[in-house]
Design a protein around this ligand. Structure first.
Ligand code: NFS
Length: 669
């Protein structure tokens, strides 16, 4: 199926639509308009273009005369598609894991007393994770522990042999499956290098073998770099728990200095979040005519400060240009990943200062204020001051009024606590609800926006269908921000959309049916939840036994492919929307689907239609229920006990109430 240039309907978000209209009026381009103009290369889109050497690029397009073309070196369509896929996975793994490494460097600097403005916010978590790093916590103070853990973590990056320590957190059976296939990562860096080496011209030419190598690399992301990024960020900035905040462009303020932070790493943004509360800087903003300083985020940097400090989010990936389009942003401050180069030109059309901060990322035309964790607070204050100084330069603004409340912050620690309290925290109630059939299953709906498909539509439609079918949903990244914009990430709103069993579970435990588990590196939190559910008992003894699925309906980044692969290799059925980057090769498509399912119990499939994603997901969940010999899903059995039943009873009186208490069915009004 050929990839669409751009859909007729660009977005379902009225705030985004308003800014797209403004862009058109002003004659400025956005990713939406550029996508419509720039048709995707049909050969590259399906993974059939080989650029690994200068004898090409070879375009492996079948014709009548040559139905099975090969490259100049003889590389087949399967080899080329597998190599391209493997390189995407390696890049995604490198991005997440390098983010993890930088967080470890900050931990190390704190241990040495060299990290200005940082502290160890969750020492209990530091002690909990110490054994995973082979560090004994007894009798050591926090700084000593931090030093030993950072040394051990860095050794996991550079490990040459043996097994990545964090993979021991997976269920036993899963580890055996990985060992059997020889895919337990050694060092994180080594696996990335291994994939780059084996996909070089003249190396690995067996599609299945190439993809097996990329599984090892992806596991180094999910159970390595990403998991470390999550755990150590929690130690440095606090383990999230639910709070209320807001999302969408309406969080920008007309009368305050607006600073938008965008990218992925929480290290600088956490300190900017502190600097905007500095009374001196607030007073300084007032001298420039502003009523205060308003901080908000885009993408995963947004998610990091959203779930810990309640900093509002201006939206997901496709909102980065739209925020600037309001004319109300004094500074767009970026670190790494998912930053569009177009911001450089667009910010010049307004008064917005575009500030890059990472030693790895410079953009021509941007102001570079390099982040250094040793002087982080001074740098954060300098950036805030630059934004304040820019406030008097603001011109005409148009800020959409749309914003919604959301409740983010569901770390796996909090979910465990919420299911059983401080002393009896466990995943038992969740497993029980699935076993009884109140919950049909669980789904992770994650990942990006992509202007090749209607912004947010697939995220919203798929999650609504899951809720209706009693599937509990967890979300991260831009997918979480997408649905938050439509108000379904609050406690009560989404209950209206739920089937009877899911509603009953949510009311009884007091959880929303869609749980925001933070940024994309925090997909590792979902791995932890799955591992704990598998160990809890009743749902088999491995992640692949759990009636659950993982979906990235609007994916666009290489990181998403790494995530999809590590979930599949961990035993999860993963479905991606938009298009298939391996469509050119039936063989590769089959390896990643049937082949991986046979070997790992999980698979990765690309399905452009959201309705088909839902259909396959529910069929898979039901098949897993049947394999566990659980009762088949039957929504008519539930919704008549617990709080829901109580609420119905409270509406009744006299004989009717007595009848109901004796067991007669409660008639719906
Ligand atoms: Ni994830 Fe976060 Fe968003 Fe996609 Fe980009 S921000 S790391 S890659 S676009 S979900």
């Amino acid at each position: 199926m050929a990839k669409e240039a751009a859909p007729k309907l660009q977005t379902i978000d009225p705030a985004a639509a308003q800014m797209l209209q403004r862009a058109e009026t002003l004659g400025y381009s956005t990713a939406f308009s550029r996508a419509a103009k720039m048709a995707p290369c049909p050969i590259g889109a399906e993974g059939a273009c080989c650029q690994m050497c200068d004898m090409g690029p070879c375009r492996l397009v079948p014709t009548k005369a040559n139905p099975d073309p090969v490259g100049v070196c003889g590389a087949t369509r399967a080899t080329v598609a597998a190599r391209n896929m493997a390189r995407h996975i390696a890049a995604g793994t490198a991005a997440h894991s390098d983010h993890g490494r930088d967080i470890v460097f900050t931990l190390d600097a704190i241990a040495k007393g060299e990290a200005q403005g940082y502290e160890l916010r969750d020492v209990a978590k530091l002690q909990t994770i110490a054994p995973y790093y082979g560090v004994k916590p007894d009798g050591k103070d926090a700084k000593q522990l931090a030093a030993e853990i950072s040394a051990s973590a860095l050794a996991d990056f550079s490990g040459q042999k043996g097994e990545l320590k964090y993979t021991a957190r997976a269920p036993k059976k899963r580890i055996e499956i990985w060992r059997e296939h020889g895919v337990i990562p050694r060092g994180i860096d080594r696996e990335v290098v291994d994939t780059l080496h084996r996909t070089h011209m003249g190396d690995d030419q067996d599609a299945e073998h190439i993809l097996m190598g990329s599984i090892r690399t992806a596991l180094a992301d999910g159970w390595g770099g990403s998991m470390m990024a999550t755990d150590i960020s929690d130690v440095l900035f606090g383990t999230p728990s639910p709070l209320v905040t807001q999302v969408n462009l309406g969080v920008l303020k007309n009368d305050e200095v607006n600073i938008v932070i965008h990218g992925h790493e929480p290290t600088l943004s956490q300190l900017i979040a502190r600097a905007v509360d500095d009374p001196e800087l607030i007073a300084y903003a007032k001298t420039k005519g502003a009523n205060g300083i308003n901080l908000c985020g885009i993408c995963c940097t947004a998610n990091e400060v959203l779930m810990r400090q309640g900093v509002p989010s201006a939206g997901n990936f496709l909102h980065q240009e739209l925020a600037v389009m309001t004319g109300a942003v004094e500074a767009m401050v970026v670190d790494v990943q998912c930053i569009m180069q177009a911001l450089s030109d667009l910010t010049k059309k307004f008064h917005t200062k575009f500030i890059t901060t990472s030693p790895k990322v410079k953009v021509a035309g941007a102001t570079h204020i390099e982040f250094d964790e040793h002087h982080a607070y001074d740098i954060a204050k300098q950036i805030v001051k630059e934004a304040i100084d820019n406030y008097p330069n603001r011109g005409v603004t148009e800020i959409p009024s749309n914003m919604s409340d959301l409740v983010p912050g569901f770390s796996h620690e909090y979910i465990r606590y919420m299911l059983g309290g401080v002393f009896r925290g466990s995943f038992r109630p969740l497993n029980d609800a699935i076993m009884a059939g109140r919950l049909r299953g669980v789904a992770g709906v994650v990942g990006c926006n992509n202007p090749r498909t209607t912004q947010d539509k697939a995220h919203f439609d798929i999650v609504k269908e899951f809720l209706k079918n009693d599937v509990l949903v967890v979300q991260t990244g831009c997918g979480a921000l997408a649905n938050a914009k439509y108000g379904i990430l609050t406690g009560e709103a989404a209950l209206e959309l739920c089937g009877p069993g899911l509603r009953e579970v949510c009311e009884a435990i007091g959880i929303p049916p869609v749980l925001h588990m933070c940024s994309c590196v925090d997909n590792s939190r979902i791995l932890t939840v799955l591992a704990e559910m598998a160990s809890e008992g009743g749902l088999g003894d491995d992640i692949s036994d759990i009636p659950g699925v993982g979906i990235a309906p609007e994916w666009m980044s290489e990181k998403a492919l790494a995530i999809g692969t590590y979930f599949a290799a961990s035993g999860v059925y993963v479905l991606f929307g938009v298009n298939s980057p391996v469509e050119s090769s039936e063989e590769v498509t089959k390896i990643m689907s049937e082949g991986w399912e046979k070997e790992f119990g999980g698979k990765l499939e690309f399905v452009p239609e959201p309705e088909e994603i839902v259909r396959r997901s529910l069929a898979h969940i039901d098949a897993k229920r049947a394999a566990l010999k659980l009762p088949p899903y039957d929504p008519t059995k539930f919704g008549e006990s617990g709080d829901a039943r109580m609420n119905e009873l409270l509406k009744l009186q006299g004989e009717e109430l007595l009848g109901a208490l004796r067991g007669a069915p409660v008639m719906a009004e």
